[in-house]
Design a protein around this ligand. Structure first.
Ligand SMILES: Nc1nc2c(ncn2[C@@H]2O[C@H](COP(=O)(O)OP(=O)(O)OP(=O)(O)O)[C@@H](O)[C@H]2O)c(=O)[nH]1
Ligand SMILES: [Mg+2]
Length: 463
């Protein structure tokens, strides 16, 4: 039984720093520590209270490896729920390796990635969603991503999902009970109440699903491709956004060949701006690859900034480009650049024709002078971060979003089943599926061992 094994790993990452913490968890944690730790005050670690710190030396025979602080945690009172020891040593990689080797010699085993968290989950310290939130919390790099991870870790969404699940279970059980009495034609489950509950749950699940695109944007950043013909001013715009001469700008068409990516934080969200090679047919082999990359980036982007102007483009040409770039899951923003060069009337006239063709809103900007660039930034933020989101209820994990979608599908099937008077046992099947999917998210039900391996395998060693 692997739960009986005592595991060890550096908790602070394998790098030099002033201090490092090595974590040991399992039934022999204190027993092994006693063999290599000499307390300055001759304390017996076995008799110490939980959550106490002890000063002393880690020794290998007569050799002193380091002076350390050892923290002890009783079983049931630690992160993993198991007996745990945390050793704060000096943060040399050599010292950490020596200490870990000593523990291995005395019967501990090196922890797998995420194994501490996996044990905590298995010991009921928190649910699966909370475990994943810890990983997100460690990776959080902005206020927004920190907020989401913190709410999730504290169990806000878990308890909401749990409540929805329990209500569904209650009704499904009633429905299934009716099946046992099918001869007698009784109804334990009040149909009106049930349909109301189904609608209510569907609405809540839907709003969680809707929050994913925002949650995901916060966690992973929003890719924004800057595209257009050569000389449209793409690199000029990137530089203006970053406030730095990042990309080469010139009046030679085809200046940018490769893609250039830079991150900019706008309103707490990371936008990944990608300057690309100008779109045109070319015989130049390298430029060809550049154009290919530009198209790829546009395909993967969540936002596309398309630059043009009335002198270098025709309405027909832009319309063709717009049709090429338009997808359901992308926000295409048209930017009439070099507005400083043309009269307002001419621009308005051109834009009117273009809007009529494409139905798109157009921003007039001067990438060179920065006119209206702030407005474009605010616009991007507003489409990524819709108003009215309850900050407490944002999903940012793809696994959760997928399970919620499956749950919703099953709920919709159940609702249709009801309206069509389909036999209760079939409806109960759909409801069971929804219950299973919701339970999958928090790990309430027996989650597949392989899935657990996948989830915790993404954690680093020591987590
Ligand atoms: N007047 C004016 N000139 C601009 C503006 N934006 C860009 N330019 C000029 O247009 C030329 C091309 O600018 P770039 O930013 O290199 O254009 P690009 O789209 O990156 O071009 P490629 O890399 O060749 O695809 C340069 O001479 C810029 O100074 C603008 O808003 N107003
Ligand atoms: Mg360029």
């Amino acid at each position: 039984m692997y739960q009986e094994e005592t595991i060890i790993a550096p908790a602070t990452g394998h790098q030099s720093a002033a201090i490092a913490v090595i974590r040991v968890s399992g039934p022999a944690s204190i027993k092994i520590t006693k063999k290599v730790f000499k307390s300055k005050f001759k304390k017996n670690l076995k008799n110490q209270k939980s959550h106490t710190l002890h000063f002393g030396e880690i020794v290998d025979g007569a050799e002193i490896i380091d002076e350390v602080l050892v923290a002890v945690f009783e079983r049931g009172k630690s992160f993993t729920g198991e007996e745990t020891v945390e050793i704060s040593c000096h943060g040399s990689v050599y010292i950490q390796d020596r200490i870990i080797d000593l523990f291995l010699e005395h019967g501990a085993r090196l922890a797998e990635p995420g194994e501490f968290s996996m044990r905590a989950f298995k010991n009921g310290q928190f649910d699966l969603m909370q475990a994943e939130a810890i990983a997100d919390l460690i990776a959080s790099d902005s206020k927004a991503s920190h907020d989401i991870a913190m709410t999730q870790m504290r169990g806000g969404i878990s308890s909401k999902l749990d409540n929805l699940r329990k209500e569904l279970i209650r009704f499904t059980a009633l429905l299934e009970l009716e099946l046992d009495f099918s001869e007698e034609d009784v109804e334990f489950a009040d149909r009106t109440e049930f349909i109301k509950l189904l609608n209510d749950i569907q609405a809540q699940v839907r709003s969680l699903i809707d929050s994913f695109s925002y949650g995901n944007a916060i966690k992973n950043g929003v890719p924004v491709a800057i595209v257009g013909k050569p000389n449209a001013g793409k690199s000029t715009l990137l530089n203006k956004l970053l406030n730095e001469e990042r990309a080469i700008v010139s009046n030679i068409a085809g200046t940018t060949r490769d893609t250039i990516e830079e991150i900019l934080n706008i309103g707490g969200i990371k936008f990944r701006f990608i300057d690309t090679a100008g779109l045109r047919d070319t015989e130049d082999e390298i430029e060809k690859i550049g154009v290919q990359r530009a198209l790829e980036k546009a395909k993967q982007a969540k936002v596309i900034l398309y630059l043009f102007n009335l002198e270098e483009n025709t309405v027909a040409e832009i319309t063709t480009h717009v049709e090429e770039f338009q997808r359901e899951d992308v926000h295409l923003i048209l930017l009439h650049n070099k507005a400083d060069e043309f009269s307002e009337d001419k621009i308005a006239d051109f834009n009117k024709q273009l809007s009529a063709k494409t139905g798109h809103e157009i921003f007039n900007i001067s990438a060179k002078q920065g006119d209206n660039v702030e407005e474009v930034k605010s616009h991007m933020l507003s489409i990524i971060k819709p108003d009215g989101f309850d900050n407490e209820l944002i999903i940012s994990n793809k696994r959760h979003a997928t399970a919620l979608k499956k749950a919703l599908e099953a709920l919709e099937n159940a609702a249709t089943g009801f309206s069509m008077n389909i036999p209760s046992d079939l409806i109960a099947q759909d409801l069971r599926e929804a219950i299973r999917q919701l339970g999958n998210i928090t790990g309430e039900i027996d989650v597949d061992r392989d899935i657990l391996g996948l989830i915790f395998g993404e954690f680093c060693i020591g987590k």
